[in-house]
Design a protein around this ligand. Structure first.
Ligand SMILES: Nc1ncnc2c1ncn2[C@@H]1O[C@H](COP(=O)(O)OP(=O)(O)OP(=O)(O)O)[C@@H](O)[C@H]1O
Ligand SMILES: [Mg+2]
Length: 515
């Protein structure tokens, strides 16, 4: 066998001397081999027994052999793991038998310890009679590609399993990819969004943001933790934090954007609740102070009235005025404690007939009702009592009637009804023909500090009302028509006393307290 060759020309000599070489069509085969020799990766040929006829230098280097150590040998006689050698040998035979090429890949560790992943093709070369004359093998190392595929696979898995929406867009805002988290957060599946404009999930009033983001991205800038709102397919709003980065092509040109959106609705809700509870706590402190400051002079007035009464025994008219004044002041003091003192109410519960209570409260507002030419209509269908704190229920009715009167500056009808809902519940209805409540405000009116009356309202009236109603085991509901229909109906339902003569049978939520 000839000296090992390291290039195509010396290979010709090796080839010519090879005992296994077929001399019949030398020119054509030499051309084939020379071509093979110039291939960067691994090139080789086999005869019909599966013996190597030729291998280029790259393969010889990999195997650590010289050409004459390789030529004439099958895979089984060369430094290959036995299983792999058997498989490769069989595949060469298969090409001769089937005249079809074989494409496959394998991992291989060379005798020098080099690990690699290889893709190979065994192709038939036909003679003039259409028979397979030899098999040409070509192998490419694909370790790099495999590594890339692995890395891409990992990245794809990360994107697929991310909790954050990961979305890519071109520079016109057309979505090019949409991961499962984007489906979960925005409600649209990938098939609906890929190819569509991202504006679909941006509220119309925020469309300008997208232009701003895109112009920053075109300039190569990145946007981090930008908090904004998006619209879900269902129409709900979702609060998100966005990080937007440019996507560049291999030449560094910006060709699109990648956007990571984190759903922060939960966090925002928590933040709002914290602000709310902070507000309530602040109000609590303020209320305690005000309550203290107001109650001290009230106590003094009560004492002064008492002294005045003791010194006016001879004048029955003055005595009566003072007695009334004392009752009124006592009530003011009581109300202050309830509203501003955080219901540290000491008022005892008793059986309260609601029609009487409504009449009492209406008396407070009579002047205002007359001045506004409000037409009063009452419908008291029952006199069955509720077991409650009279002061607190006065507070409830007072707030509801005050709101109704406030809502009708130019008059209208104020309708008050007390009726049994069923055996266990009684309902008070306060209905007006006033301004009505805008739909977007309906779920805010029971929140503390929500008012549309500017400096004229504190926004605690309904909040206090709701708490007092619930404290009595009742419920409050609102129905309102925004303009032009107008009008608001507030319904308060309270538990009825099972047996009005026996306070002990009162509902357990209404605790008896002593003053
Ligand atoms: N009958 C009603 N008609 C129209 N709007 C109402 C009515 N009742 C309540 N509202 C709306 O609900 C808001 C909250 O009412 P709430 O009684 O809690 O506070 P307020 O009346 O504004 O202030 P205040 O603490 O002095 O009562 C009002 O500002 C008003 O916008
Ligand atoms: Mg009010």
């Amino acid at each position: 066998m000839a000296t090992p060759a390291s290039n195509g020309d010396s290979f010709d000599a090796t080839l010519a001397n090879s005992s296994t070489y077929l001399m019949s069509d030398l020119d054509r085969q030499l051309r084939v081999f020379k071509t093979l020799s110039s291939i960067i990766d691994f090139a080789y040929t086999f005869d019909s027994d599966g013996r190597f006829l030729y291998a280029n230098q790259a393969l010889l280097d990999l195997l650590g052999l010289k050409l004459d150590q390789l030529v004439g040998k099958t895979f089984l006689e060369l430094p290959y793991p036995h299983d792999l050698a058997v498989k490769l040998h069989a595949q060469v035979q298969q090409v001769f038998d089937t005249q079809q090429k074989v494409i496959d890949e394998t991992t291989y560790t060379s005798p020098s310890g080099k690990d690699g992943c290889y893709e190979y093709i065994f192709s038939p070369v036909f003679d003039d009679h259409g028979r397979v004359e030899l098999v040409v093998g070509s192998t490419r190392e694909v370790s790099h590609r495999k590594l890339n595929e692995k890395v891409h696979g990992h990245l794809a898995a990360i994107i697929e399993s991310s909790d954050d929406a990961i979305v890519s867009k071109d520079l016109n805002g057309i979505v090019t990819s949409w991961n499962p988290a984007a489906e979960r957060i925005f409600g649209y599946i990938a098939a609906e969004m890929v190819g569509a404009s991202i504006l679909r999930i941006i509220p119309p009033e925020l469309h300008f943001e997208e232009d701003r983001i895109l112009s920053k991205i075109r300039a190569g800038e990145r946007i981090e933790h930008y908090e904004t709102r998006r619209i879900r397919k269902s129409g709900e709003t979702v609060e998100v934090s966005l990080t937007v980065s440019p996507i560049r092509d291999s030449a560094g040109k910006v060709i699109g954007t990648s956007k990571i959106a984190r759903n922060i609705s939960g966090r925002k809700l928590l933040e709002r609740m914290l602000v709310q509870s902070e507000k309530i706590a602040t109000m609590g402190r303020m209320a305690a102070t005000v309550s203290h400051e107001v109650n001290n002079p009230l106590e003094a007035v009560i004492n002064l009235i008492y002294l005045a009464r003791c010194n006016s025994t001879d004048n029955p008219a003055v005595l009566e005025y003072l007695e009334t004044a004392e009752q009124e002041i006592e009530r003011v003091s009581h109300l202050t404690r309830q509203t501003l003192g955080y219901y540290r109410d000491t008022g005892a519960h008793s059986n309260v007939a609601l029609p009487d209570l409504v009449r009492d409260v209406l008396r407070i507002y009579q002047t205002k009702i007359d001045a506004r030419q409000i037409i009063l209509q009452t419908d008291f269908g029952t006199a069955r009592p509720v077991y409650a704190s009279k002061g607190e229920l006065t507070q409830v009715l007072s707030n509801l009637i005050a709101n109704a009167v406030d809502a009708m500056p130019d008059g209208g009808r104020l309708y008050l009804r007390v009726a049994e809902l069923n055996d266990a519940q009684i309902e008070i209805v306060v209905q007006d023909e006033g301004s009505g409540i805008a739909p977007e405000n309906l779920n805010k009116i029971f929140e503390p500090f929500f008012t549309t009356k500017g400096n004229l309202g504190t926004g605690i009236g309904l909040w206090v009302t709701k708490q007092l109603v619930e404290k009595h085991g009742g419920q409050i509901a609102v129905a309102s028509n925004p303009p032009p229909l107008k009008g608001t109906t507030m319904r308060v339902s309270l538990p009825l006393v099972a047996d009005s003569t026996d306070p002990a049978s009162a509902p357990s939520s209404a605790n008896t307290r002593t003053r």
